[in-house]
Ligand binder design. Sequence first.
Ligand SMILES: [Zn+2]
Length: 186
Amino acid sequence: MIFPIYIIGASVLRKKAVKIDKSYPDLKELIDNMFNTMYSSEGVGLAAPQTGKSIRLVVIDGTEIESDDEDFSDFKKVFINAEILERDGKEVSFEEGCLSIPSVREDVKRLDRIRIKYQDENFKWHDDVFEGFKARVIQHEYDHLEGVLFTDRISPIRRRLIKNRLQALSRGKFDVKYKVRLASKR
Ligand SMILES: [Zn+2]
């Protein structure tokens, strides 16, 4: 099953997501569906709130990324109940986009090394360090669990400049090939 992607303006994207445990219903199927949804919308990462579920679950598959500097061949992961323990390294600026904010790309500064504690799809705990682009992707998805969008992290000037565009997105003024869900009308 392919889920619709919730678009900026939807309240679920602004909630702090809750932890889950093994008893979460049909979790394996949910993870499969999240991967399928991500592939069909050509994303590298997807957080559960983007599919309307406010739980601490993220899927990432960067194995198709081609790079001479970093090895992405093992970068297919499920993060459950993740918690970033440390952020350090150097601050790097890079243009980000998001399936929930169609057609907008903006420079975001992030530290390029993180240490993160998380459970995998079998609820086994890991404590890993990620660097470079991997650290960026994980931080972007992790932000979704905290109700934060990348447009919250751009410069105040840029944010003011794209404010109207973001409001138009929330009203459905965009064109994408994947299924979406807008904020319910009041
Ligand atoms: Zn995103």
